[in-house]
Design a binder for this molecule. Structure first.
Ligand SMILES: O=C(O)CCC(=O)C(=O)O
Ligand SMILES: [Fe+2]
Length: 344
């Protein structure tokens, strides 16, 4: 059976389709659908065709070509850009296959990634931005891509802030000012082919930031929404991005908007194919306090709950320590997956 036929028979993630154009033109129906998708399972398709941000779809094709080029660099060159050496917040550089833990027994991941910082691409802030020739050659392409995704994100943030009746100073856009530095990243991913169909190449995780846009034409992404007992499969959809809510929005809404567990793996009984994808991961500015926002729709924290003092920057660092396996297994599971016990 071919993988595409098989996909029809697997538990499919029934994701809402949100039309960015309708959101931009103020459709109350689309705004309500976005809120509902964000509350129910935190993942949705974002329709990009016929929007001012439609160029993203052409740029994405070219970004896949850039990815092919960058991942065929010699390991010696890749090592010069090692992400753990270049950047404290893991916002720039190369991660070889096998650096992250995927299970409690310490087994290792099956993908390479190369992360590029928005600050570097858009020349914001003072961080150095060492990068290889493929990135220098693709600079206009990459700037075009993240510019349009940033604009799509602003529309989503505005819509969610309106739905939750958030007041100025506490609106999601206020923590994501496009003209200021922030640890937003573009992550290029190459999953390696693997004959062993039981091997999961990516750690089950929730995204640590606020909003993620994923592009791929190869199946493999799986999600585990709250109260759902088994992994559901996400079909790639042409003309659309797959978008998901990250931990920071969950923390700021006291769990109302869901940052949902996901991972990439082979289809059951099939080997893992080589798979390229890329994700644009947006995060609030580092100093943002991840405290519960005032809204009539957000459940108030318990009276005896100590208000959070963690910032977005500190949360990023905790999460990466867990991913690299430097916490004990119990803490690692809590930080990576919200303690769903899926780290086996
Ligand atoms: O490759 C994918 O489809 C998902 C990537 C992902 O989950 C991530 O980069 O956080
Ligand atoms: Fe993710």
């Amino acid at each position: 059976m071919s993988p595409s036929t098989l996909l029809d028979q697997l538990p499919e993630a029934n994701l809402a389709v949100i039309d960015l154009q309708k959101l931009e033109s103020g459709s109350a129906y689309e705004q309500a659908s976005l809120l509902r998708a964000s509350i129910e399972n935190g993942f949705f398709y974002l329709k990009l065709v016929d929007t001012p941000e439609r160029h993203v779809l052409e740029y994405a094709e070219k970004v896949f070509e850039l990815s092919q080029e960058i991942f065929t660099y010699d390991p010696v060159v890749k090592d010069l850009f090692d992400v753990d050496r270049l950047s404290q917040y893991k916002t720039n550089g190369y991660k070889p296959k096998g650096r992250n833990i995927v299970s409690k027994d310490g087994s290792r991941d099956g993908f390479e990634s190369w992360v590029l910082p928005r600050n570097g691409l858009e020349r914001l802030g003072d961080d150095l931005f060492p990068h290889p020739p493929a990135v220098a050659d693709g600079m206009n392409l990459l700037r075009g891509l993240i510019g349009e995704l940033g604009s799509a994100a602003q529309t989503i943030f505005r819509s969610l802030s309106d739905s939750l009746n958030l007041q100025p100073g506490q609106r999601f856009e206020d923590f994501h000012d496009p003209s200021r530095p922030a640890p937003d990243i573009l992550r290029l991913l190459k999953y390696h082919a693997d004959e062993r169909s039981s091997n999961i190449p990516q750690t089950p995780h929730t995204d640590l930031g606020s909003l993620t846009f994923v592009f791929t034409s190869t199946p493999g992404l799986q999600v585990l929404p709250p109260h759902v007992p088994e992994w559901q499969y996400v079909q790639p959809l042409a003309g659309h991005a797959i978008v998901n809510i990250g931990d920071c929005l969950t923390k700021m809404t006291n769990g109302l908007l869901k940052s949902v567990l996901h991972r990439v793996g082979p289809l059951p009984g099939h080997p893992m194919p080589e798979r390229y994808s890329f994700a644009y991961l947006m995060r609030p500015e580092d100093s943002t306090l991840l405290q519960v926002l005032d809204s009539p729709l957000i459940p108030s924290p318990q009276k005896d709950e100590v208000p959070t003092t963690i910032t977005s920057g500190e949360w990023i660092q905790s999460k990466f320590k867990a991913l690299r396996g430097t916490y004990d297994a119990k803490d690692g599971d809590r930080i990576l997956t919200g303690g769903r016990g899926v780290m086996v």
